[in-house]
Every structure is written in C-alpha cells, then in structure tokens.
Design a protein around this ligand. Structure first.
Ligand SMILES: [Mg+2]
Length: 285
C-alpha cells in the first residue's frame, strides 16, 4: 500500500488542521460505506474499520466537533452501525433526508409525477430485478451489481439504463451513478447536503468531507467552493480522477486523519503543524 503524499496534499492537511486547532465548532462530515467501513454485499454487515469507532468516540466526547454522516443509505441505519456513545446527525438518501440527534426526521418531498414514475418502476423491479440487486428507497430505486463478474455487471447496467434513462426525464428525477450501480432518485444530492450544512455555520468554521464514491464528488466540489477553511478528502484504496484536494487510503490513513483531528483539538503535536507520525505519512513523489 502506498503511504506517501504529494507536497501540496501535506500542505493542505497541515493548514486545515491548523484551522481546526483554532476552531470552536469544526465540522467533520463523513460518508459511511467505503469511507468508514469496508463494503459488504449485505450492507448490515458493514461495520467500521478497527479502531475507527473508538477514535470517533474520543472526538465526540470532546463535544466541540460537529460530527455528521452524509450517506446514500436511509439515515436511520447509520447510528446502529456506528454504535457511538451518542447518536450523530445523519443526512440520508444522499441528502434528501435529515435525521437530527433528537430523532426528528426531515424528508424532501418529490413532485407527484416523480413519485408516480418511481412507483411504476418499483412494481416492475420487484417482479424482475434485471439480474441485479434491486433496492427500494423512499425517494428512489437503485440497481446494484457489486460482486457480479464484469460481463454480467455490464449487462445489468445496460438493461437498467434502458429503464432508468427515459424515466430520468420526468420532472424531479435524476440519475445518480455510483461505483457498482445506479440510482434513479429525487431530492438533494450530497453536494446540496454539504451546502445546507455550511450555510448554517459561521464563516470561519473549518469544514471537511471524507468520501470514496462518485456520489461524493458533488460534496467535494461543494467543500472546495466554501469560503470557510476547508478540506475535501478522497478516502479510497485506489486513486481515481476526483475533485477532492487530498487522497488518503483507508483504513490506516483514516485512523491517522482521526487521530490528527483529535490532536488538533488538544493542540498537541508540534503546535498542530507537524504530521502525527512521519513514518505513517510520507511525501508522494
Ligand atoms: Mg461511500
């Protein structure tokens, strides 16, 4: 595994953690699947990587960090998976749903024609899932092909696109491709969720977002565009073209990031400017 970072990435990390060190209420925004936890075909088995829950619990106990998860899953699933001492705020369904820590749930309403089209597709896909795994969401329909051999995956994708692409023309609906599937959905995307969160925060609040998938790209772009101190992080084993400012590899560099966050809160680690442990992160040529 590569553990080296480019100089520009190190500089961005250092200056961001310096802003966290000085902040009263920094925003730590996290995707769940692929970012905090490895993928499982059965998503209810996707638990956080070793040590991640403990690090998040330490950050949470400090009380300053506003920790929020932005996920494609229904929001209600996340706190049961994370099992932190306190529940966190979750923006579910890629941002269309918001679940506050007191249990209050807000859901964006889709236009009637979008809801009608989704109902029609649900009925159809329940009968026959085109060879893939059909997932029914309150604001969309999803086709997964993770785990299928490449040729089979391609054929599921083609058949799904024949069905979803014309439907995406309906008012309120859009296509959201991700790495092993595609979703036809209504409502805010992750970029919209980041924007809504940042708009409610003060202008000097540092904000970061960690994500792995194509659906996280709008969130990276939204982070990059805020005037607040910010950092967008692609947390993914393999590099890919991305809007994120920094690429880190889970789970080691995720643990490193969270430890570094905790150190910034405690203003330790060479006044917060040095990397936590130079043997963990080296410069990428
Ligand atoms: Mg993900």
């Amino acid at each position: 595994m590569r553990q080296d970072l480019k100089q520009i990435e190190v500089e961005k990390l250092e200056s961001f953690f310096y802003s966290v060190q000085c902040a009263q209420a920094p925003l730590l925004l996290l995707d769940y699947d692929g970012t905090l936890a490895d993928f499982r075909i059965n998503r209810f088995e996707a638990r956080p990587w070793a040590g991640v829950r403990e690090l998040l619990a330490i950050i949470q106990k400090d009380k300053r960090t506003r920790l929020k998860v932005i996920t494609g899953r229904p929001a209600g699933e996340i706190n049961a998976m994370l099992q932190l001492p306190e529940p966190v705020e979750v923006w579910g369904l890629h941002g269309a749903e918001r679940l506050l820590v007191d249990g209050t749930r807000e859901m964006q309403e889709a236009p009637p024609e979008a809801r009608e089209k989704l109902d029609e597709l649900r009925a159809q896909l329940r009968q026959y899932a085109l060879g893939g795994l059909f997932e029914d969401k309150p604001n969309g329909v999803v086709m997964h092909w993770r785990g299928h051999p490449q040729r089979q995956a391609k054929s599921i994708e083609q058949r799904t696109r024949v069905l979803f692409e014309p439907a995406a023309e309906v008012n309120g609906l859009s296509l959201l491709p991700f790495e092993a599937g595609i979703e036809l959905r209504a409502g805010r995307d992750k970029g919209g969720a980041v924007q809504a969160i940042v708009e409610q925060a003060d202008a000097d609040v540092p904000v970061t977002y960690l994500g792995d998938d194509l659906t996280d790209e709008p969130a990276f772009s939204a982070i990059n565009q805020t005037p607040n101190p910010h950092l967008s992080v692609l947390m993914r084993r393999e590099w890919r073209e991305t809007a994120a400012e920094v690429w880190l590899q889970p789970p080691d560099q995720l643990r490193w990031f969270l430890r570094r966050w905790e150190m910034a809160l405690n203003r330790t680690g060479a006044a917060g400017l040095r990397m936590a442990d130079p043997t963990e992160i080296r410069l990428r040529a």
